[in-house]
Structures are given as structure tokens and as C-alpha cells.
Write a protein that binds this ligand. Sequence first.
Ligand code: DGT
Ligand code: MG
Ligand code: MG
Ligand code: MG
Ligand code: MG
Length: 279
Amino acid sequence: MANSKYEYVKKFETDDRLSPSSWIVVRIDGCHFHRFSAEHAFAKPNDENALNLMNSCAVSMLEQFPDIVFAYGVSDEYSFIWKETTQFYQRRARLLLPPFAFRKSKLLSLSVSYFTSAYVMKWKEFFPHNELKVPPYFDGRVVCYPRAKIVQDYLAWRQVDCHINNQYNTCFWMLVKLGKTEREAQEFLKGTQAKDKNELLFQQFNVNYDKLPQMFRKGSCIYRKKVNQILLFFCHIGGRSGEVGRYWKSCHENSKQGGCGTHGYNRPQVLERAPVHPQ
Ligand code: DGT
Ligand code: MG
Ligand code: MG
Ligand code: MG
Ligand code: MG
């Protein structure tokens, strides 16, 4: 094909190929969701409908992109783990790129735009009486991890974050409901350890932290499992010590033998199953 005199502009496109043979993690996060959650009167500290909307969007992601093997979500964020040898976009880019090389910008922009569209489309389903007032939008980042163990630690890190934030926020909003100002509640909790917070919840509010809904304490994960037909499983797993990371590792290792097992770990509580569209 003849080159036009304008072809040279292509040279300005920088090379953003992802490293080959590594696990790709795409993490998306709601932009200014502090404000967005207030504008839409989300329940504090956790809005079940808002979290279920995030989960439903993540299920759509696994349906749309077969190379996503696992997803973990908490608050306004979701992490998607793409198979280490993902073929995604390889076909289209074959003429330009060597095998197993993917463009970071393509992967990231597709993930963020698809998730955001799903969020808007599904809004009414989860908030039938709450009008969407401003456009929700998400940012995203991509990180490549060369080994499964690091992906495991990555997930554990996000789950520990979920636990710490949830425990803090639960105490904070209970104190505010009791009549403290937000500043006073913040001062009150400064320097407290996990066990102090549990004690506070139990003594002052008669709340057993471990009995709060699993989705709030542990986050949500989504993965495929073969049971007669291929299903997407949607569950809450693990505890404060980042068990979701160990669970993912066990899934990954078992999947090499054709199944996704739960040996040695808490059985996940399966909340929803969605059939994967046939490929
Ligand atoms: P960013 O990500 O830098 O644009 O800023 P934000 O405001 O999105 O902050 P981030 O992502 O660190 O924290 C998530 C915010 O979203 C946090 O302020 C609480 C809010 N949020 C997330 N889920 C819920 C929920 O279920 N209920 C309520 N009330 N707020 C939530
Ligand atoms: Mg952010
Ligand atoms: Mg955010
Ligand atoms: Mg966030
Ligand atoms: Mg195009």
C-alpha cells in the first residue's frame, strides 16, 4: 500500500507493549467516588446496591473478555487478572507485534471503557429509584507480574486494605451516628489498633465485627468454574489475612489440572452464577 506523506505521524506513537509471559493486572478505580457516593446518597460505610452493581459490571467483564481469569473487588475498585499467556489483541496486532506482546493502552482503555459503560447501563437495575445524576468515570492502571506468587500477594494486599478500611469506616460512621462530628470521630480513632476497634464496636455498639456481611469485610471475587457447563462464580472469600490471594493461587494451580479447587481453604460462598456466552 502506498504511503502517504502523512504516514510519518505514526512514528510519534510510543511503544507500550506489555512484557511477555507475565500475569497482567488491570485495576480500575472510581474517580472522585467520595463525591459520587454522596451525590447518590450511598449508604455509609457500605452500600450493598453499589457494591452489587460493581460486582455485576465485573461479571460482564469476564463474559466479554475470556482471557480474564479472576477478579477481585472492594469499594469503588476492581482488579482484573488476565492470563499470563493472553492472546488478547494478539491477532489484530500480529503484523506489528511479536507473539504475546500487547499494547498497554489498548488493554487499559478497553477495560475502563467497558466497565464504565456497564456501570451506566446497569445503574437502573440496582438503583431503580435513584437517578444517575452525573457521569461515573473510572481510572485504571496496568501492572505485569512475572510470577503467580506475586499475583497472590497483590490480591492479599488489596484484601488486607479492604479489611483495614472497612473496620475503620464501620467504627467511624458508628461514632458519627452516636453524635460525634466527623472530626471528633477521626480524633477518637487516631492511633487505635485493630483489636481496639473490634472492642469499641462490641462494647459501645454491640456489634460483632465478624458477623458483618462478608461482602463488606472481605470484598468479592469472580472466576470461572467448570461444573457441567462453564459458569462464572461470584463469591466472597477469605479473611483479614488476605486469603483471597492464596485462594487465587489454588484456583490457578488446580486449573492446570482442569478444575478450580478450593483444597485447604475456606469454601467460597457462591452468591450468583452467570453463564458465560459460548465463544
Ligand atoms: P479518587 O479515586 O482518587 O478519584 O478518589 P475517591 O473519592 O474515589 O477515593 P477512593 O477511591 O480512595 O475511595 C473510595 C471512595 O468511595 C470513598 O470516599 C468512599 C466511597 N465509597 C465507595 N464505596 C462506597 C459505599 O458503598 N458507600 C459509601 N457511602 N461510599 C462509598
Ligand atoms: Mg483513584
Ligand atoms: Mg476512587
Ligand atoms: Mg478506591
Ligand atoms: Mg477502531
